[in-house]
Design a protein around this ligand. Structure first.
Ligand SMILES: CC(C)(COP(=O)(O)OP(=O)(O)OC[C@H]1O[C@@H](n2cnc3c(N)ncnc32)[C@H](O)[C@@H]1OP(=O)(O)O)[C@@H](O)C(=O)NCCC(=O)NCCS
Length: 184
C-alpha cells in the first residue's frame, strides 16, 4: 500500500479492501450525497472505487483514501481526477473531496486538499487545477475558498438537464505557479 501524502492529522493513501464497506456507507448517506443526483448502492460504490483505482493505474494519481492518523479510521477521499465532459475548460484536472458525515467540521477536507495541491505542484508537475460543485453546495465551495482557489464563473453541468436542480455549478481554479503552500 502506497502512502502518497501525510499532513499533520491525515494520511492520503491507496485504497484497501477494508475501506470498501465504509465507503459504501458514506455513499448511501443522504446528508453526504445531498448535492449529487442520487445516493449510491453497494454495487455503484464498488464500481466507483474500481474507477478510482483504474485512474491511479493510468495516471499515477487519483482520489486518495483519507485515513485519520490518531485512530487509523478511513474517513473518505480527497484527491485529483481527470475530467473531460463537454465544457470550454475541459479536459482538465479537478480536486475533489467526500468525507463521512461524522468527520465534517474539523477542517479535514481543506487540510487534505492543501496537501494535494502542494503534491500536484511539486511531485506531479500539474499546472492548473479546477474544482466545481452545485451552486447550493456552500460547504464544498468553502473548501475551495479555504485552499486559495479563485471563483471563475457559474456553468451548467453538461451531464444534467437544464431543468435539474443541480444543473448550475460554480467553477473555481488555481494556477499552480501562483500556489505557495501555507500551513493549515
Ligand atoms: C465538503 C466537505 C468535504 C467539507 O469537509 P470538512 O472537512 O467538513 O470541511 P470544513 O471543516 O473546512 O468545513 C467546511 C464548511 O462546511 C460546513 N460544515 C462544517 N461542518 C458541518 C456540519 N457538521 N454540518 C453542516 N455543515 C458543516 C461549514 O460551512 C464549513 O465552513 P466554515 O468552516 O467556514 O464554517 C464535506 O462537507 C463533505 O464531505 N460533503 C459531502 C460531499 C460533497 O459535497 N463533496 C463535494 C462535492 S463537489
Amino acid at each position: 500500500m502506497n502512502i502518497y501524502i501525510e499532513t499533520q492529522r491525515l494520511i492520503l493513501r491507496d485504497w484497501v479492501e477494508s475501506d470498501f464497506p465504509i465507503f459504501t456507507k458514506i455513499n448511501s448517506d443522504p446528508k453526504v450525497m445531498e448535492f449529487f443526483p442520487k445516493v449510491l448502492n453497494e454495487e455503484e460504490s464498488l464500481a466507483f472505487v474500481f474507477r478510482i483505482q483504474q485512474e491511479f493505474q493510468e495516471s499515477g494519481f487519483g482520489l486518495y483514501a483519507v485515513e485519520r492518523k490518531e485512530d487509523h479510521c478511513f474517513i473518505g477521499y480527497t484527491g485529483l481526477h481527470h475530467f473531460s465532459f463537454n465544457t470550454d475548460f475541459a479536459p482538465g484536472i479537478e480536486i475533489g473531496w467526500r468525507l463521512a458525515y461524522a468527520y465534517w467540521g474539523n477542517g479535514y477536507a481543506p487540510e487534505a486538499a492543501k496537501a494535494c495541491l502542494q503534491y500536484a505542484r511539486t511531485k506531479l508537475g500539474i499546472r492548473d487545477i479546477y474544482s466545481f460543485t452545485a451552486t447550493h453546495n456552500l460547504r464544498s465551495e468553502r473548501v475551495m475558498q479555504k485552499i486559495g482557489m479563485q471563483y471563475i464563473k457559474d456553468f451548467g453541468h453538461p451531464s444534467l438537464p437544464p431543468n435539474h436542480p443541480l444543473y448550475l455549478h460554480k467553477l473555481y481554479h488555481i494556477g499552480m505557479n501562483d500556489y505557495h503552500s501555507k500551513s493549515v
